[in-house]
Design a protein around this ligand. Structure first.
Ligand code: GDP
Length: 329
């Protein structure tokens, strides 16, 4: 088989770590890009890929420098490139707005350009998001649904998505975008509601806390498992023709349902511990974001292996184990 070399930006994140595992299983040579600071403090910053460090090669580079990215891409000459790194502040402070937009659009542009210049046959995956649909005009959303982003993060992803499409048509780069709905796992960062809920339940179970404060319990999300979603990324790059795909479960659940299942799994009653807190409510959430992944099913043969219950159970069990609690029967 010909040489298969993958280059992953954002390799230290939830998706990057699952993707690196998948690529290693498939015998790829795996390279990851990290900030210099991560190499200097590996214990804190490389936690999710600690178990892979002997099998992958990490490169310190900066996504806000074309020269830096060019150097790495030119050295590695990847056959597949997965651009997962992004700054995802949802906050609206002024400086963060500028930083998010510039960092996300600039890095995508630099990377596309570097690949085009020194590895033009390399296949590129770009991590789009359901936030690009934002205040969508139809539900469920599919590949032809108009983008109405409602955050700077969403806007930065739409602009990057357009750049990817432009490099595909104008320079014939094999570049594809996944429009991924929320995807979770035991490796999810603690600021996301799913991880907050399972960690809260585990802490209550262990006697370390008595309540969990949350915002809108009726908010709905289309939640899948990150391990399933990175498989979709890989499948996209195995197609002869590059294209864009919605990746979603097509089923939504409320935050309340997530709580009920997680707490029940931990042997607790959610109602006794959940406290509504205005600080965690968000504005403009009336739109239901639910994805229609029919195209991915038909063309990629992709479908999720985890359902909602399996996802919540796995996350809850991991959180319980982390606090030393036994898994509920
Ligand atoms: P994202 O906003 O879809 O990227 O993912 P989050 O996990 O941060 O939020 C998912 C949903 O949970 C949103 O509709 C939030 O409004 C809702 N939510 C309710 N309470 C909380 C909370 O305490 N923290 C967070 N992060 N989200 C909450």
């Amino acid at each position: 088989m010909s040489r298969r070399v993958a280059f992953v930006t954002g390799i230290t994140g939830q998706d990057g770590s699952y993707l690196a595992e998948l690529l290693l299983e498939k015998d790829y040579e795996v390279h990851g890009m990290v900030r210099r600071a991560a190499l200097e403090a590996p214990e804190q910053r490389l936690g999710r890929i600690r178990h892979l460090l002997n099998d992958i090669e990490l490169h310190a580079a900066s996504l806000d420098s074309f020269a830096s990215l060019f150097k790495v891409v030119n050295r590695i000459r990847p056959t597949e490139c997965y651009h997962l790194a992004a700054s995802s502040f949802v906050s609206y402070s002024f400086e963060e707005e500028f930083e998010t937009l510039h960092a996300n659009v600039g890095s995508t542009h630099y990377l596309l350009s570097a690949v085009h210049d020194c590895a033009p046959a390399c296949r590129v995956y770009f991590a789009g998001t359901s936030e690009m649909f934002g205040a969508a005009r139809e539900t469920p959303q599919h590949e032809c649904t108009a983008f109405v982003p409602r955050s700077i993060y969403g806007i930065s992803k739409v602009a990057s998505f357009d750049l990817v499409r432009n490099y595909r048509t104008r320079y014939h780069l094999h570049a594809s975008s996944g429009i991924l709905y929320n995807h979770e796992s035991p490796r999810r960062s603690p600021e996301f509601v799913t991880q907050k809920i399972v960690t809260g339940a585990a802490r209550i179970r262990a006697g370390l806390a008595s309540e969990l404060r949350l915002g809108n319990l009726e908010a709905r999300r289309d939640w899948g498992h990150a391990a399933d979603y990175v498989r979709a990324m890989w499948l996209m790059l195995q197609q002869e023709v590059p294209s864009d795909f919605v990746i979603a479960t097509g089923v939504t659940h409320t935050v309340r349902e997530f709580c009920e299942r997680a707490f029940a799994r931990a042997g607790l009653d959610a109602q006794e511990h959940i406290v509504s807190d205005n600080r965690f409510f968000r504005e403009s959430e009336e739109q239901e974001l639910r994805g229609d992944a029919s195209r991915a099913r038909q063309i990629l043969g992709w479908q999720p292996s985890y359902d909602f219950e399996a996802l919540v159970n796995e996350m809850t069990d991991a959180a319980l184990a982390a606090t030393g609690e036994v898994v509920a029967p």
